[in-house]
Design a protein around this ligand. Structure first.
Ligand code: ADP
Ligand code: GLC
Length: 468
């Protein structure tokens, strides 16, 4: 079965969040089972593209409304760099940007989607499945079904995976002329609340819609940033499939980023070394339980509460805290301003740092995720693999992957995104940490939980088969 994933992000080429991790792993695991799975993404101007060689495999012009733009499709010259084929849409200026997301994303992702479909149209061996990810590729299910020029593709099943329904790619109606011609009577398929809504269009037109955890699928029916009724209506073709993690990349035994490698039997000494390094680099007290937060500093992650929760929890000086993140400028500043107030027990690295994130998963005792919305969440699964106890709000994928210690589980869960709940959860963490024997046994136990992609990669293949 030939599958083409279409995505704005893919690890290790370009990553903003978990979307990249998923698209960088799922094809690999699908290929291990029984598939020929590849990815097409934009060609950005970043570290990865600057440090690899690419060959052009296709050149053409595309039309964005009345504008003609030259583009080409590139492949990495050294095919052994990744364990699946990956193709890039190269459009000078528009897509070849330093950032994945910019303030001109309407045209950028329209161009990307049109180029991707034009290229597929020209392929000798067509895919059996087109698998789109998030709103940046939300117009593809519509175009493949409705645009005259793609008529020969309309028998190919198109799947959309919603990684995050908060962002929908809204565009004003006057962008309509940029979408390859279709029967205007069907324009309603593109619209939601009178604007072009790519995510809504994808939900309407895709053959199947998936979300990245079963609980998130249920939650979307009553909280989907305006798309609740649409998701309820399309319920019969919608499924929740829990993400996995790439256990080759996220493996403390061989992880090249961390200070000392370790496995279940050496977790105590291994974590200690990583914690020691972190504490010396960030001026933290290594004798205290270390709580960490890694992530985008946005409302969905409950990030604006972090400065207050940390300020409160740190009063008793019996924990250490490290924050790694970027996002809202206000939250960044507040987190930064807290450093001198709790010097010796708290620090924050404002920015994005892949290596540091690995060391934190390895060195921390607890990982905080007070998310308001969490479609799946990968951080908690990385934490488990590194023997770090997740402290999470019961929502979305966090609900599906973390069981509280009081329910014979292994993590700490709270119900609300409130200062009180976060601080209480931290206090429960401290108590747990002090039950040394149980805490150590739990570390080993959580490292054995299998969240690899094996099960979910199969679930996707079964879904593809059901519509092929
Ligand atoms: P989301 O995609 O909503 O941001 P996920 O939990 O699915 O959340 O994935 C987040 C991914 O991004 C994880 O791989 C996490 O380690 C990584 N990440 C988030 N913020 C940072 C950061 N500031 N530095 C390094 N890695 C980060
Ligand atoms: C999104 C979600 C996150 C999920 C990730 C990968 O960014 O916010 O919860 O884990 O996509 O599917």
């Amino acid at each position: 079965m030939k599958i083409i994933h279409i995505s704005a992000e893919c690890y290790p080429i370009a990553k903003v969040g978990g979307l990249a991790d998923v698209v960088g792993a799922l094809p690999k695991y699908q290929n291990e089972i029984d598939a020929n799975s590849s990815v097409i993404m934009p060609f950005y101007n970043n570290k990865f593209t600057q440090s690899h060689k690419f060959a052009s495999v296709y050149e053409a012009h595309l039309k964005l409304g009345s504008e003609e733009l030259p583009y080409n499709i590139l492949k990495i010259e050294d095919a052994s760099v990744l364990e699946f084929d990956i193709f890039f849409v190269h459009v000078d200026n528009l897509l070849y940007t330093e950032q994945v997301y910019t303030d001109n994303d309407i045209d950028r992702f329209l161009v990307f989607q049109i180029a991707a479909l034009d290229w597929i149209l020209g392929l000798e061996e067509k895919p059996n499945i087109i698998h789109c990810h998030d709103h940046h590729t939300g117009l593809i299910p519509f175009m493949a079904q409705e645009s005259y020029k793609y008529e020969s593709l309309n028998k190919i099943p198109v799947i959309t995976t919603i990684h995050n329904a908060q962002y929908q790619g809204w565009m004003a109606y006057d962008n309509l002329y940029k979408i390859p011609r279709f029967n205007i009577e069907n324009v309603g398929l593109l619209l939601w609340d009178d604007v072009i809504n790519p995510l809504a269009a994808a939900i309407k037109c895709a053959w199947r819609v998936t979300t990245v955890s079963p609980s998130y699928m249920e939650e979307l029916k009553y909280s989907a940033n305006g798309l609740e009724s649409l998701l309820s209506h399309e319920n019969s073709k919608a499924f929740g499939i829990l993400n996995g993690i790439d256990t080759d990349v996220w493996n403390p035994e061989v992880d090249k980023y961390i200070i000392k490698n370790y496995k279940k039997t050496t977790v105590e000494t291994g974590k200690k070394e990583n914690k020691k390094w972190l504490c010396s680099q960030f001026n933290l007290d290594e004798s205290k339980p270390l709580f960490a937060f890694i992530g985008r500093l946005v409302g969905e992650k409950g990030a604006e509460l972090l400065p207050y929760a940390m300020d409160h929890a740190l009063q008793s000086k019996d924990i250490s805290v490290i924050v790694l993140g970027s996002g809202s400028k206000d939250t960044e500043r507040q987190l930064f301003d807290l450093i001198p107030r709790h010097s010796g027990n708290y620090n924050a690295f404002i920015g994005y740092d892949e290596k540091l994130s690995h060391i934190i998963y390895a060195g921390a005792d607890f990982l905080l995720m007070p998310s308001r919305v969490e479609p799946c969440g990968l951080n908690q699964m990385y934490a488990l693999r590194y023997g770090t106890v997740p402290v999470v709000r019961r929502i979305g994928g966090l609900k599906d992957t973390v069981i509280d210690i009081e329910d014979q589980g292994f993590g700490i869960c709270h119900n609300d995104v409130s200062l009180q709940d976060i601080v209480l959860a931290i206090n429960r963490g401290k108590d747990f940490y002090n039950e040394k024997k149980e805490f150590k046994a739990n570390r080993k136990r959580i490292m054995s939980i299998d969240h690899s992609w094996k099960v979910s990669a199969k679930a996707y293949l079964n879904l593809y088969k059901s519509i092929n």
